[in-house]
Design a protein around this ligand. Structure first.
Ligand code: NAD
Length: 371
């Protein structure tokens, strides 16, 4: 029987747990000996007793050195990795583009490291796609966050005391998070406009009942994985000019524009923020990877001199930890089940999903971008 170990997240801001009791039970039934670090599920609403009641064992942090498969939401430290058992397997959001020393630590310890960010965005891999499951929730939370701080209501209301106009939302970047932000803002009654550099998105925006803002910035494109290509400085300037009027008229702007493995584009300048109305709200969902908005700060809320609130929450999905953990945990279980053959979890480096996800294997870093 293989041992699985679920880490209690070390970052005090993290509220999620990598495996919830329902999935612990399924994996136990499939032959895993599931061990959960004490307190791992508390912030997402699962007690140690909940795990014990489905057959999992509650252990301390020292168990990491005994486990065959270690799972967490956030990356472990290099010191922790050095204690992992040789030949064991670790799965989490490893942030490999920014964590080369950590990936080396995995190789040095001869621990196989799989990074959720590197799972291909293909149909077959969707069930284990953490970027999608968590971005989807982040998009929802971004809208709720803005709605909870803005000084007006979102929907149109016709009342004897007068007619209230709907708020105007502008969503910049329409990937998974942006689409959910559009859908959520629409459900709450806002009027929504959106923009993305990938032209394929226009139809998706329209199908959600929002307006696509057309800006001619010349040749744009996407990678084979569907990620946006970086714009030239001239194109960014054209984009800024094209967006300036919509930004100035918007009550809420939510930016989600990211470039896979690279710094996020700085799209909204200080000048554009200064042209917005007092009381407007911006949520910069790309703040952790450099920020789309001038003046946004990670995990801070900034009020500009002209009264615009810029929210820089880095992990919006952590605001709904029970749902976020449920989805993350399903992604983890699907990953394990997908690579279980004849009752055994196998590191199949011939499989395109495994090959892409694994960044350290057999004592070596397997992706030269992280060397
Ligand atoms: P992401 O988080 O990397 O980026 C968010 C959005 O920002 C993207 O739509 C991108 O085009 C956009 N963007 C980048 N630069 C911009 C700029 N200057 N201005 C405006 N927008 C800009 O994207 P994501 O949500 O991770 O999605 C990446 C791709 O993966 C998409 O093509 C998506 O459809 C695809 N996807 C596929 C599957 C699947 O088939 N399994 C699942 C999820 C996502």
């Amino acid at each position: 029987m293989k041992t699985l170990y679920v880490i209690s997240e070390r970052d005090p801001r993290e509220t999620r747990v990598a495996l919830i009791p329902a999935d612990a039970e399924k994996l136990s039934k499939a032959g895993w000996h599931v061990n959960v670090e004490s307190g791992a599920g508390v912030k997402s609403g699962f007690s140690d007793a909940d795990y014990q009641s489905v057959g999992a064992t509650v252990v301390g942090s020292a168990f990491a050195s005994e486990a065959d498969f270690i799972v967490s939401v956030r990356k472990p430290s290099e010191a922790e990795v050095s204690k992992y058992k040789k030949g064991s397997f670790h799965l989490s959001l490893l942030d490999p583009f920014n964590e080369k020393a950590l990936i080396k630590a995995f190789a040095d310890a001869e621990v196989t490291a799989a990074s959720f960010e590197m799972i291909p965005r293909s149909s077959i891999a969707q069930k284990m796609d953490v970027l999608s499951s968590q971005s989807n929730l982040a998009g929802y939370c971004g809208v709720i966050r803005a709605a909870s701080v803005i000084n007006r209501i979102l929907p149109m209301m016709m009342t004897p005391a007068g007619t209230i106009s709907p708020l105007k939302f502008f969503i910049v970047g329409v990937g998974v998070a942006g689409l959910q932000a559009i859908a959520t803002a629409k459900r709450l009654g806002a009027r929504v406009e959106a923009f993305d550099t990938r032209p394929v998105v226009e139809e998706q925006v329209r199908s959600l009942g929002a307006k696509f803002v057309k800006i001619d910035i010349g040749e744009t494109g996407q990678t084979a994985q569907g990620y946006a290509k970086a714009l030239t400085p001239e194109q960014i300037e054209m984009q800024r000019k094209g967006m300036a009027k919509v930004c100035a008229q918007s009550d809420v702007i939510i930016t989600t524009a990211k470039l896979f493995g690279r710094k996020a584009p700085r799209i909204i300048s200080g000048e554009m923020v200064a042209a917005m109305k007092p009381g407007s709200v911006i949520v910069d969902m790309a703040v952790e990877s450099g920020g789309n908005v001038e003046g946004s700060k990670p995990d801070e809320t900034v009020i500009t001199p002209n009264g615009v609130m810029i929210i820089g929450d880095t992990c919006l999905e952590a605001r709904v930890p029970a749902t976020a953990s449920q989805m993350y945990s399903a992604n983890v279980r699907n990953f394990i089940e997908h690579f279980t053959r004849d009752g055994e979890f196998k590191v199949d480096m011939e499989d395109p999903i495994m090959k892409s996800a694994v960044v350290a294997y057999g004592g070596k870093i397997t992706d030269e971008r992280f060397m």
